[in-house]
Design a protein around this ligand. Structure first.
Ligand code: GRF
Length: 218
């Protein structure tokens, strides 16, 4: 069973989706700890509800970024965390954590990377008026949303979309592809060749790496 540590800053709906998929038996994993940088993050309430240990670690209580992320790495390691999940963790992760968990940190981004990295990917896509947007699960490296791409899902974007309407459509897909990426990882189906993520079976079955999009059917 894969041991996860989740970092979240906000609502935690992706965290919830992961927990639901564990509880349903879809994912053979457990969440050892939820760490939040924000004491009022709703993700904490979700952790409490599911009896998942939670920690609030405020960067302001640490002398610098390095100390902060070293501490997070220590807390994760202490609990045997094998894969770190950034589920709406609104910070650029420090090198201390990346070095400790190299290629073992996954992030979800609400745009089709490498388009629209950084904050407000949904707003950037809506303002640009792209016709297709979506979300990306990727490994985390030192850059801003630049790590190797694992899975993406696309959704249609319409001329009258706003950050909210497009964001909602994207979020629905996030809730599917994040657990899916974790499942592939837990089953040993993900390997990395330099910065290229190889998913076993994706050559034979396109849908393995490109989960079907319900949205287009409605
Ligand atoms: C999601 O849109 C995710 O892609 C982004 O932050 C948002 C988090 O939402 N990184 P939630 O906290 O999981 O509800």
């Amino acid at each position: 069973m894969l041991t996860l540590g989740v970092l979240a800053s906000g609502s935690g709906s992706n965290f919830q989706s992961i927990v639901n998929n564990i509880e349903s038996g879809y994912l053979n994993a457990r969440v050892a700890v939820l760490i939040s940088d924000k004491p009022d993050a709703y993700a904490i309430e979700r952790a409490k509800k599911h009896n998942i240990e939670h920690l609030v670690l405020n960067p302001k209580d640490f002398p610098d970024k390095d100390a902060y992320y070293s501490h997070i790495a220590k807390e994760l390691k202490r609990r045997g965390v094998e894969l770190v999940i950034l589920a709406g963790f609104m910070r650029v992760v420090g090198k201390a954590l990346i070095d400790e968990y190299r290629n073992r940190i996954m992030n979800i981004h609400p745009a089709l990377l490498p388009s629209f990295p950084g904050l407000h990917g949904q707003k950037q896509a809506a303002d640009y008026s792209v016709k297709i947007s979506g979300c990306t699960v990727h490994f985390v490296d030192e850059g801003m949303d630049t790590g190797p791409i694992i899975i993406q899902a696309a959704v249609p974007a319409y001329h009258d979309d706003t950050e909210e309407t497009l964001g909602k459509r994207i979020l629905k897909q996030e809730h599917k592809i994040f657990p899916y990426a974790i499942k592939l990882y837990s089953e040993g189906k993900i390997t990395l060749e330099s910065r290229k993520v190889v998913i076993s079976g994706d050559r034979e079955d396109f849908a393995v790496a490109n989960p079907p999009i319900d949205e287009l059917k409605t």
